[in-house]
Structures are given as structure tokens and as C-alpha cells.
Write a protein that binds this ligand. Sequence first.
Ligand SMILES: Nc1nc2[nH]cnc2c(=O)[nH]1
Length: 456
Amino acid sequence: MDRIYDKVFRGIAFTSKSPQEVSALEDYLFCLDEEGVIRRILKPQDPDYGTVMAAYSGTEKLHALAEGQYFLPGFIDLHIHAPQWAQAGTAMDIPLHDWLDTYTFPLESKFSDLDFARKVYQDLVTTLLANGTTTALYFATVHKEASYLLAQICADKGQRGLVGKVVMDDKSENPEYYRDESTEAALADTESFIHLVQELNETTKQGVYPVVTPRFIPSCTDEALAGLGELAKKYDTHIQSHCSESDWEHNYVLDRMHKSDTFALHEMGLLQDKAVMAHAVFLSDADADLFAETGTAIAHCPVSNVCFSNGVLPAARFTRKGIDIGLGTDISGGFSPSLFDNIRQAVISSRMLEEGVDPSLPSAERGLPQSRISANEAFYYATAGGGQSLSLPIGRLEENYIWDVQVIDVSAPNAKLPLFDENISMEDLLHKILFLSRPDNIREVWVQGECVHKRT
Ligand SMILES: Nc1nc2[nH]cnc2c(=O)[nH]1
């Protein structure tokens, strides 16, 4: 046969079939075109399997995994504040509102300095790739130039970046040293940022996308929120914001808008299929139904929620309602750049929600039944759920999906996983990988068919 494929990968791959079920594709062939899209998947029993193997064996187009190595879809970080990488691991001692004023706005204001921005953003994108994150939905800062720099760095390093210039235009709610100059300037900067990033996207194989980004209702005027809804519609962009993250935010919006965060955002044209709202811990049933109806996704950030949210997202209930859910690190509300850590915390938090945490209460009154999520569901959120949330063909290893993968090596030097049962099931093996892997186990990372990280 002619060598019609650009690359062929062979190995054992894990991919979600549904939120609850994972498929282990053993020794399959994944045949890619030049665009890095999976055009054909062949299982060993397939009549063409031998023909393709014969055609590509011994050529540099064939990439076969060694013993102990496995393909996982690249992770999709559905909520991350890129500038806050500079304070990750610190500043976790005070509630959200005080944290923004005390630590976060002073830090983000420094990103008017492009040299500082470059240093932090280059380090962050490299770190995320090394942690298996192939796509990230970023909040940058109010500065248009530094936000564009982040998109350029993603483009250069091979990560799929969805980047938002943050809008914070309300003079009564934001400090003078860190806010948009005016509502008009906020909208004009957003529009020109959309143009710049859409132009950059034309020469970026893996894609970079502009995102309409009102920080959250408390930092924006009604006029800016409505204007941003119109811009998103005009340019068919993604939208991101925060919604009902904490008691404080949820109640602030009820007081100001006389309706919930969800209904207020909807009225401004900010809920739609390509919208992702971070946290959404305090949604009522009516709010959750509106998320499902509009196709709006939730970025679940379980590590961050421990510090800032005053509650645990009922992810299992919202999945049953048909809401798209992905996982976010929420750097630096969450300290870790790793979605492996967030998979673990999502499972742990859901168990604490189900069982309850106040030992002075009788066990029957302590928790919220049917709240646990399985490791398979957390894996789904970090991969297929994230792709579905962004309406992009990523997060699954299926035909017509993009080849974004991480190669996990369970016997990496200094990071060998404790595998003592030769007959371990594929599902148990995946769970060992999810709970025990460290960055040392991530041997290679591929985005859109290109190798963007290699650990030797
Ligand atoms: N976790 C978090 N919540 C927010 N709400 C508004 N801004 C932020 C932020 O930077 N982090």
C-alpha cells in the first residue's frame, strides 16, 4: 500500500466511551493525516492491519510504544489564570474577595510589563505541556498586548490556547491601578484582540482562539457585559467567566441584579454552546437547567474550590442533568498545574460531599447521596468532557478527532508505578496511572500530530 498517512502510532490507548466507561484499545493503529487528525483506527483483527504495519514498519512514520507505555488523550485545562502562575502555591490564607484585592490584582497589574509577562507565560506553557495539558482555556489580564503575547507563546510552543483579555471596567469595584480605562476602551480592546488572535490562528497548526472574558459580574458594568455578549455573537467566539463560585459572589449578584448569576449572564448574551463558566458551585435547579438548555459548560476546579468556594460542586448531579463539565486547575486559586491532581481532588471532594464532613451529625444526615464520581468520570472531565465543553474535536482517541496525546510510561526511572499483578485489568491499570503518575511518567506529549514535549 502507498504510505498515505503522515504518521502511524501503535500502542495501548485509553479513551472515554461515555462519562462512566473507558475503552482500552490494545495495540491499535492510529493513522494520521498531515493536519494531525486521526483518519483511521485499526484494531489488530482488522484485515488492513497487517498491510499498514508492513507498509510503515522500519520507516520514521511509525511510532510504536515500548512495553509499559500507554497513550492517554492530552488533558484540557478548562480554567486557568495565566498571570497567577507567579503566585501559585502561596496566598491561600484569605477568602476570594480579599484575595483578589490583596494579592491578585497587584500581581496581575504587573503584566503591563511585557518582559515580566514573557518570563511567566513561557514558564507556564512549558510546565503545562510537561504535565500533559495540550489545550488550555486561559484568563490573561486586562492588558491587550500581554494577552496577545500569551497567545503567541502558545502558538510557538505548540499548545492549543484559548486566550481571553480580561474585562474589568467598573470604576466603583476595581482599583484604579488595575482596570480598563473605560467601558468603551474595554470593548474596543476586546474587539481588536479578537482580530489579532484570529489572524494568528491562520498560521497556527494547532489553533489559538480569542475568548470574550468578562472577569465576573462584580467587576463589570451592565453595559460592558451586554457589549461583550454582542461581540461574542458577532465573531462567534468562545466566552468565559466565573459564575456562582462562592457565597460572596453568588449573593453579590443576587443583590445587584435581583436574579442569579446564571440568569443575569444569560440576559447579557453570555451563555451559549461555546461558553464556559468556572466553578458554578451554587447553581439552583433552574440555573442548572439553563446551563443544560444553552449548552453552557462548567469548568470544575476542585482544588481551588477547597479554598474559595465554601462548598463542593455537585458534579454527579449536574452530569445527570446533561451539563457539559470539564476540569480546570484555576491557577492560582488552585496551586497545582496538574490535571492529574485535579482528577484526584475531584474524586476525593465528591466522596466528602456524599458522606458529609461534620462528625457531630448522625451519618444519615451528614452528606448528599449520589454525589460521588468515579475515577472514570474524573478522567472523562479532564479529556472528552473538556473537548465537548469547547466544541472542539479533542479529548477522545477516535476517528476525526485531533491527535493530542500524552505517552505515560509506568516504569519511568524514579517514578515506577507499583504494579505487581501481571494480570491487572486495563481499568485498574488506568486508575493506577490516574492516581499515581507524576510528571516524570509523562514521556512525550503530542499536539495536533506534533511532538511538543519529550522527557528523556
Ligand atoms: N478563583 C478565582 N475566582 C475569581 N473570581 C474573579 N476573579 C477570580 C480569580 O482570579 N480566581
